[in-house]
Design a protein around this ligand. Structure first.
Ligand code: ZN
Length: 412
């Protein structure tokens, strides 16, 4: 994943978290999924119809809430002569704020992946399943299980296996028929094995080359020894595929069930791929920290100071970091300062240290967005670190969710 992909994914995940917390009454919250090829005029017609039917709702407050939500959605649709590239989703409805107050909220999400089907959904919470589905794992692995008699080629996507091709060989058994010379027999046998490997290599390469480049993680090969090793050394794969081999695994079966056996055998290495990468970088951070050579920083203010000086080589950001960076400005003089907080305070009352006038929060941005922006300008790379492993969890708990490996000791 590139920085911007990782960052987009992070933002998207956060947006969904926020939407999941919102609740309303009855069936007052509207979720409207509009795919790329849907006519906006058809959507408008349906919503006008719903608006008409809502007039029959007995409870006055429900009726008003539903109709206002529909009006708000209709108003937003005016800005879309046609749906954007991946379609879009409108969430709208009267939300409970604190049990007493309510507010009409309308939000539009244009996802990074296409919306595949139209949906108009009303409930007491927003319908998020199709968007949450976009966050699931789409990593794809090529699978090959092989012995000298049989081979099966498949794909592993997320957690599901797809069988793509089954091949059998005409390689003669080890027992030669009467009348054949031992040498001749052995020669024919080797030729047959070689031909079979070639067929397997061609079929598997053809299938694996169709995998979308950005989702293609690599190839796993399973089978008895030394067949799989022999196959790999013979370089029977297309050269692009040969480069993608992750590992060889000992398994007993080479039919469809062999693919499942291969997935199980490899599962530890697979789960660990991304985590291993993150773990390595966290371990590098820990090593530098322990050696006390001034080449690490952690916590919001220390990291920022180094970042602004261009001293940061890699910025480590916890995936669980949720903070805001506020700009606080005096309404009277030119006093201004920036401050990081867990969230924007409900009420803010503070006096200016130089003129005693009221201070106000004039800007608030998400800390991660802001840090990633600074990194882009400074040519600093960013690694998002999950809390699913010990060192990652420590980054969040012990180091304030943000840390840095430095290019040099900037003395701040
Ligand atoms: Zn002031």
């Amino acid at each position: 994943m590139t920085i911007s992909q990782a960052h987009k994914r992070y933002e998207f995940k956060r947006q969904l978290e926020e939407m999941r917390r919102k609740t309303g009454r009855g069936t007052e919250l509207i979720s409207l999924y509009i795919p790329y090829d849907k006519q906006i005029s058809d959507v408008v017609a349906q919503l006008r119809n719903e608006h008409g039917q809502a007039a029959n709702i007995k409870s006055k407050s429900t009726r008003t809430n539903v109709q206002s939500a529909l009006e708000s959605v209709l108003a937003r649709l005016k800005y879309y002569p046609k749906p954007p590239e991946n379609g879009f989703v409108i969430f709208c409805g009267t939300l409970d704020i604190d049990g007493h107050r309510t507010t009409l909220d309308t939000r539009i999400i244009e996802p990074h992946e296409p919306i595949t089907s139209y949906k108009y959904h009303c409930d007491s919470s927003f319908y998020l399943d199709p968007l949450e589905e976009m966050l699931t794992d789409k990593k794809t692995f090529g699978l090959l299980v092989i012995d000298r008699r049989e081979a099966t080629v498949g794909l592993l996507r997320g957690k599901s296996i797809e069988v793509r091709k089954h091949l059998t060989s005409s390689v003669p058994g080890k027992q030669r028929k009467g009348g054949q010379s031992a040498r001749r027999f052995q020669q024919l046998r080797l030729i047959a094995i070689h031909d079979f490997y070639k067929r397997i290599g061609n079929s598997a390469s053809e299938i694996f080359l169709t995998i979308d480049h950005k989702d293609f993680e690599g190839v796993l090969i399973g089978g008895p020894s030394p067949t799989k090793e022999e196959f790999l050394e013979g370089e029977f794969f297309h050269h692009e595929i040969q480069k993608k081999i992750i590992g060889l695994f000992d398994i007993a079966y080479t039919d469809e069930s062999g693919l499942y056996e291969l997935m199980d055998a490899a599962s530890d290495s697979l789960q660990d791929l991304e985590i291993v990468k993150q773990k390595k970088i966290m371990q590098r951070f820990m090593r530098e920290l322990v050696s006390d050579n001034g080449l690490v920083a952690y916590g919001d203010s220390q990291v920022r100071a180094n970042l602004e000086m261009g001293a940061v080589d890699v910025l480590l950001v916890s995936e669980d970091l949720r903070q805001v960076r506020m700009t606080i400005t005096c309404q009277n003089c030119d006093y201004t300062r920036k401050e990081t907080r867990q969230e924007i305070p409900d009420s803010f009352e503070e006096r200016c240290p130089s003129c005693s006038s009221d201070l106000k929060i004039t800007d608030a941005v998400d800390v991660v967005d802001e840090l990633v922006g600074v990194c882009d300008q400074m040519g600093t790379s960013v690694e998002f670190i999950s809390t699913d492993f010990e060192e990652g969890d420590q980054l969040m708990r012990a180091f304030g969710g943000v840390a840095a490996i430095l290019r040099y000791d900037a003395g701040v």
